[in-house]
Ligand binder design. Structure first.
Ligand code: GDD
Ligand code: MG
Length: 338
């Protein structure tokens, strides 16, 4: 099995963290997100991954120079310009010479989905495309996918207005695609799989859905990106990793709970870190309180500061002593490129 993994998006909802790296390089439990995604694919029987790169491709090339990730062989396809989801899948599949059935996944989804079962169900139905589906409370952020009694997809509605979704089962971002799907995607043009390709295939009755209750989260927002790490610590994704990297320094008077602390980070005296992510090389000075927040690599949080409610601090940012922020982004949107 070969899989195309989409990792070329700008990750705008996770800014400022994604100004310096693509979101799939951000750590999930002190390991880059992409490694957890690829590891799961490998365990499901995928032997080769093709990374579909656009935004900051070197971040991946530099980290995995030998063409393997989590023990799975990995190739790269760098788009000359953003081609949107279907354009990117087709570009990568063609670049890698894929000429048969293959898997495509959104690279920001952490899931326990049974990919081999999806593959088998696709084959047994003779579908052109098979989409994994997961139930969510608010489908308006996702692609909504109602099924008929035979499991055939009746409609594909990307990001419907709140309250209008006909189903709570949404596109989980893992597909099995036949090579024929590629033929319909015109090269060199932006094409969305959600807004263009799937709706057209649904008209032909060629798309099936497979519902799954397996663990699933799209880590593309600060809230979800934090939640997946809390779930990891709670054992909901299998083995619980060590929350504190062995090269981090945590003062004995500090209290760190429900949080990951990355390599070389320093947590000073009387600091309280609760339900948060402290990335590699970050420094938290004395008396700081961090709650439900994300601290980027190498940032410095000045003493007696208090950050809470999904505050997000960017790579290398210096937060002055005594800063009190709830739900803040540091640096703020006024400094981000448009
Ligand atoms: N190479 C490349 N080029 N990758 C891209 C591009 C592009 O132009 N645009 C987005 N991506 C990548 C992102 O990096 C991400 O891994 C994946 O494609 C999906 O993009 P998101 O921006 O995260 O989409 P979303 O979360 O709003 O919605 C998608 O995922 C939901 C489930 O996680 C849709 O597929 C929804 O239908 C789905 O429910
Ligand atoms: Mg996403």
């Amino acid at each position: 099995m070969q899989a195309v993994v989409l990792v070329g998006g700008f990750g705008t909802r996770l800014r400022p963290l994604t100004l310096s790296v693509p979101k799939q390089i951000l750590p999930v439990g002190n390991v880059p997100m992409i490694e957890r995604v690829v590891e799961h694919l490998g365990r499901s029987g995928v032997d080769e991954v093709v990374l579909s790169l656009g935004y900051q491709p070197d971040a991946f090339l530099d980290r995995y120079p030998d063409g393997t990730c989590a023990g799975v062989s990995m190739r790269y396809a760098v788009e000359p310009e953003p081609l949107d989801t279907a354009g990117a899948i087709a570009f990568a599949a063609r670049a890698a010479g894929i000429d048969g059935r293959f898997i495509a996944v959104n690279g920001d989804v952490l899931t326990g989905l049974d990919v081999a079962d999806l593959w088998n169900q696709h084959a047994s139905r003779g579908a052109a495309a098979t989409i994994a589906l997961t139930p969510v409370d608010d489908p308006s952020r996702y692609g909504v996918v109602p099924l008929d009694a035979d499991g055939r997809v009746e409609a594909f509605i990307e990001k419907p207005d709140p309250g209008t979704a006909p189903s709570n089962w949404i596109n989980a971002g893992t597909y099995v695609l036949d090579a024929s799907v590629l033929d319909a995607i015109e090269p060199g043009r932006r094409v969305s799989i959600e807004r263009e390709v799937f709706p057209a295939l649904v008209e032909q009755g060629a798309v099936y859905g497979v519902q799954s209750d397996a663990y699933w989260i799209d880590a593309g927002t600060p809230e979800a990106y934090l939640q997946v790490q809390l779930d990891l610590l709670a054992g909901r994704l299998g083995n619980v990793p060590d929350p504190i990297d062995p090269t981090a320094t945590v003062d004995p008077s500090a209290t760190v709970t429900g949080s990951f602390v990355g390599a070389g980070a320093t947590v000073g005296p009387d600091v309280v870190v609760t339900d948060s992510v402290v990335m590699a090389g970050a420094t938290i000075e004395s008396g700081v309180r961090i709650e439900r927040s994300l601290l980027g690599p190498g940032c410095v949080i000045g003493e007696a500061s208090a950050l809470s409610d999904l505050s997000v601090v960017g790579d290398g940012e210096s937060v002055p002593a005594g800063t009190v922020v709830a739900a803040g982004r540091l640096p703020g949107p006024d400094t981000w490129p448009s």
